[in-house]
Write a protein that binds this ligand. Structure first.
Ligand code: CP
Length: 317
């Protein structure tokens, strides 16, 4: 594997899950792979899980790790070509990227959608410049349109907890006070389609995701109807995708919050969320603290998905 930005980079999904479970049982078994190799993790946005789990994965594999928070201590970066740089950004991304590439063997990038330009966000302008100009393998630590390390961990978790071959998995929109990117739901939809689960999406009108991620997936606007018989409930907020409302919050309707009453409609479903989660907006205290909540094992599997991805990249060097 050279780069990891989307589900197609993982190849055969059955094989990827098998490899993940092997790595989980023997997470230090590949320590030789990273000897004298350096991972550079670049964060344009905040993180808890991605930062810690990816660093842990790199340490499992014997790598050295450098972390750069672009907005804390580094020069502010201009990202647009052609700008007269007489403002507050003294360095251009087009010099910074190849310089970063000089100091490492592999680069992880976190760069969220900015909601300034849908075209820029959905062309993955920042991530693709790292791929083009760094001279190094690049993996996404959540980009503008996808969060594949999260989705891979979600897949591993569902495979561990499912009790039937083809479980019903429901992705439900839930309310949040701020505009959040579509990366997690886009990516989750892409991975659930590839896994061929009984997958449905529920959200209020106006929250339709980009069709490239949801094509063929039933969209049910009645959340109660969608939740019936679910084996897994995956809650997430996202801002509107469709024009003219791209990046806007259209609703904070708490009737969409996942509560005990909502979970009672399901087939004793497991509750999942990528975290961080706003309690009593997305999910009630009772549900997230219930035995059916698997948000912590889900987060723990972030170490496993990152270990598999880094292992495969190291094997390709
Ligand atoms: N789920 C996830 O990516 O968490 P962080 O934003 O804390 O990394």
């Amino acid at each position: 594997m050279r780069n990891f930005t989307t589900v197609s980079d993982i190849g055969d999904m059955r094989q990827a899950v098998k490899e993940a479970l092997e790595v989980k049982a023997n997470r230090f078994g590949y320590k030789h792979l990273g000897e004298n190799r350096t991972l550079l993790m670049i964060f344009f946005n905040s993180s808890l899980r991605t930062r810690l789990s990816t660093q842990k994965a790199a340490l499992n594999l014997g790598m050295n790790v450098i972390v750069l928070d672009v907005n804390q201590g580094a020069w502010k970066l201009e990202t647009e070509r052609g700008v007269i740089m007489d403002g507050d950004k003294p360095e251009h991304l087009l010099e910074a990227i190849p310089v970063m590439g000089c100091y490492c063997d592999v680069i992880g990038v976190r760069s969220f959608a900015r909601f300034e330009s849908k075209a820029d966000d959905y062309s993955e302008k920042i991530l693709n410049q790292f791929i083009k100009y760094s001279g190094r393998p690049v993996f996404s630590m959540e980009a503008a349109t996808r969060h594949p390390l999260q989705s891979f961990a979600d897949l591993i978790t569902i495979e561990e907890y499912k009790t039937k071959q083809r479980p019903k998995v429901v992705l439900t929109w839930a309310p949040h006070p701020k505009a959040l990117p579509q990366a997690v739901p886009n990516s989750f939809a892409e991975w659930m389609r590839a896994a061929d689960y009984d997958f449905v999406i529920t959200h209020p009108h106006g929250y339709e995701l980009d069709d490239q991620f949801t094509r063929g997936v039933p969209i049910i606007y009645d959340q109660d109807e969608a939740l019936k018989g679910a084996d897994f409930v995956y809650a997430k907020n996202w801002a509107a995708y469709a024009d003219p409302n791209y990046g806007k919050v259209l609703s904070t309707d708490r009737a969409w919050t996942i509560t005990t009453e909502k979970m009672a409609l399901t087939n004793n479903a497991y509750f999942m969320h990528c975290l961080p989660v706003r309690r009593n907006m997305i999910v009630s205290d009772d549900v997230i603290e219930s035995p059916q909540s698997i948000v912590i094992p889900e987060a723990a599997n972030r170490e496993i998905s990152a270990t598999v991805v880094l292992k495969r990249i190291l094997e390709s060097l």
